[in-house]
Structure formats: C-alpha cells, structure tokens
Design a protein around this ligand. Structure first.
Ligand code: ZN
Length: 245
C-alpha cells in the first residue's frame, strides 16, 4: 500500500478550515452558508457534476464540511431534547424513557459523535438534484426521496450506475452508508471521495478521538461516551468501504 500522507488531528476532527475551499454557487440549506470541501475533492466533484449535467441532473451539495463545533451543537441539542431524535420509522423517540447508553445509541443512528463525522474531512457530501426540485421544496434527506418515485431517484439511479463501475468512471466517489449494517442508518444521499476519505479513516485512531473528547468537556453525556467509546468506534465510526480497516 502507498505511504499515507500524514494528516493533522485538527483536520481529522473538524477543528480547522485550512484544508478547505468554497464550492462556488452552493449553499448549506440549513445555515445558508457556502459549502466548503477539501481542496483535493473539489475538482473530482466538479468532474462528477459535469457528467451529471450531461444526463440532465444538477448535482449539488447540501452539506459538505461540518465543523466539530457544529456537530457538537447537533449532538448536545439532541441529547438535551431540543432537537428531535427519530426512530427507524421516522417517529420521534422519547429519550427520557431510555438509559444514557441507549440514548447515545439512538442519536448515533443518525448523527456522528463529534470528532468522528466524515463531514469533518471535506471529502464527504450530502447531494441532491437541484433540477428536480419544485420551487420552495424543502430537502429532507430521506431514503424515500432517493428511491422509487422519490424526486431525486433518477439522479441516484444514474449515480448508482456510475459509482459501481470503479475508480475511473466514478471519479473516486462511493457511498459509505449504502446499506444498513446495524450502525449508521442507510444514507443513499451521502457520497465520499475515496482517495481522501480512505486515508483519513485510517488515520483517525481511537486515541485521537478520545483526546478530542477530553478537550471538549461540554459534550453532553461525555462520561457515557468515554465508557463505551471502543464499541461506538467499532459500530458507528468504522464503516466498510475503507481499505484496511
Ligand atoms: Zn452525510
């Protein structure tokens, strides 16, 4: 295997912007801020976007880079009951009925532990087809949007045909959360630029994750996270698709 280019811990865990560039014309639909991606992922994404355009799709990113702080805000709000936590069928879960470890597992099904989100890397994007959206449509990022009669299904079918054909045609992109392995829920809208993501995934060690958490004592349920950290990493951080994990 080729020698990995060493990546600093603050880049792996979303604590810096220095590895990022702006995707012109894209906006995060929640924050209305411009979308940031890893410098080396921009050109491959633009090539994939050009290919999509030839098929009539406007492949856009609704979520690229997300910072540690932003992920921690989402995490804390979910565990504090400010933001809803959903069950498998999309109904809200009443966290109060669960013990702390069950609460954390319910959140991890949909939201990464801060410091471990693939969105920290700038190599991973949630995508949609802007051409398919009626005016005023609110993107939900649900499986039903991406399959069957879903409005983004035609673009995802095209992406399926491209992504399975390997490095050359897929421009290096793949879906890390394509199927349900019991950890993170399937996310067909999430694509990953392999040449960066594989390297980052291998370098994001348990020690780095633990240190980030110890540096951020305001994380809700920190004690329980630390107690179960090895299991969290095994079930919710290590997804297949990376080499040598
Ligand atoms: Zn995502």
């Amino acid at each position: 295997m080729a020698e990995l280019e060493e990546v600093a811990a603050d880049i792996l865990t979303g604590r810096t912007h220095r590895h990022l560039v702006d995707v012109a014309g894209s906006q995060n639909l929640l924050t209305q801020k411009s979308v940031l991606v890893h410098k080396k992922a921009l050109k491959p994404f633009m090539t994939l976007k050009d290919e999509a355009e030839k098929q009539g799709f406007d492949l856009c990113i609704c979520s690229g880079f997300r910072s540690f702080e932003r992920q921690m805000l989402i995490w804390n709000e979910k565990l504090l009951g400010v933001r809803p936590v959903m069950d498998e069928l999309g109904g809200p879960i009443n966290l109060i009925e669960l013990d702390p470890w069950q609460q954390i597992q319910a959140v991890l099904r949909w939201s990464a532990l801060p410091g471990t989100s693939r969105h920290h890397w700038g190599s991973d994007f949630d995508v949609y087809d802007a051409n398919a959206m009626p005016e005023g449509y609110q993107i939900q990022l649900t499986v039903s949007e991406c399959e069957g009669e879903g409005i983004f299904a035609p673009m995802h079918e095209w992406l399926n045909s491209v992504l399975i054909k390997g490095q050359q045609q897929s421009k290096g992109f793949y879906r890390p959360y394509a199927i349900d392995r019991g950890g993170v829920s399937p996310e067909p809208w999430h694509i990953s630029y392999g040449p960066i993501a594989n390297s980052f995934a291998q370098q994001l060690t348990g020690d780095i994750i633990r240190q980030q958490l110890l540096d951020n004592l305001e994380l809700v349920s920190l004690d329980t996270v630390l107690k179960y950290l090895d299991e969290i990493i095994r079930r919710f951080v290590r997804v297949s698709g990376e080499d040598n994990l």
